[in-house]
Design a protein around this ligand. Sequence first.
Ligand code: FAD
Length: 305
Amino acid sequence: MIRSALLWASTNPFTAGRLPRYGFVQRAVRRFMPGERLADAVPVAEELQADGFRLLMTELGENVDSVAAARAVADGYLTVAETVARRELDCEVSVKPTHLGLEQGLEVCVRHLTDIARSAPGIVWIDMEDSSCLESTLEVYEAVRSEVENVGLCLQAYLRRTPEDLDRLLPHTPHIRLVKGAYHEPSELAFEKKREVDAAYRKLASRMLRERRAGRMGRVCLGTHDDAMIQDAARVAGELGLPATDWEVAMLYGIRPEAQRSYRDRGVTVRILISYGAQWFPWYMRRLAERPANVGFVLRSMVRG
Ligand SMILES: Cc1cc2nc3c(=O)[nH]c(=O)nc-3n(C[C@H](O)[C@H](O)[C@H](O)COP(=O)(O)OP(=O)(O)OC[C@H]3O[C@@H](n4cnc5c(N)ncnc54)[C@H](O)[C@@H]3O)c2cc1C
């Protein structure tokens, strides 16, 4: 119930307009993002890289209301590409289709993504938003992939249709990031019980590793903080004889940092996703929904003042 309430608040115009103005909410969000500007994210990225991590960066935001606004977001990512190349960071970017103009037209989003991919040093990862964007996001991926090789896509294990989507993507030798899924979806589309989502995740991760072994997958990225998922994948990769360089784990900045270090120390490639940007509210609510105990942290920030 708390998860549903937090996901509802993430899209409600009243809460989205009010809550971000409160100092205690702004203080609490700092746990998950170093700051609102790219300049806040870069020094943290440099420190993490020096500590043996790889990086991913995203500017928070979604559902822009004009082509010009989407173009400004794309230009921001061109600046990121230039900055990470200059600072010699092993840092890729992860982008939301509706931030790059998906609602203004498929071709707008495709154009922006292709521009970013052409200047980015690594893979440009396409985030997966709620299921209303799924079909158009797959079409965007396919169109961009026909132009450039360095584009990857996030798939959500909680969606019942994801195994078929993976089949559809395999002819592209795709780079895929597998996550459990962060949105409120109807039960006819998505598994609701944790047990079912975890089982779907395990099956998909194992399939992706087998396809990688057979040369039908590009990068296999597991976007999860769940030890059970990671250990299961490590076991399958070991059985297949896949080298550690053939798959990686991606986690969010500020979430389970001790686990991030522990996997790194065991030779797993760990990529940390650092977020920045002024439009953090819906994203932050989704982080709270993933672990309602995080709400206690917000309340403590309120009490501490
Ligand atoms: C790199 C990356 C990219 C992502 N991209 C997308 C995307 O494009 N689309 C999408 O729908 N979702 C995305 N997600 C979010 C994802 O779908 C899940 O909602 C999120 O990762 C939580 O699920 P979990 O796999 O960590 O497992 P869970 O079972 O939720 O969590 C496992 C353990 O991790 C810890 N944990 C998890 N989340 C939190 C948190 N917020 N705060 C504190 N502790 C936590 C808890 O200890 C928990 O027991 C992304 C996640 C990552 C890591």
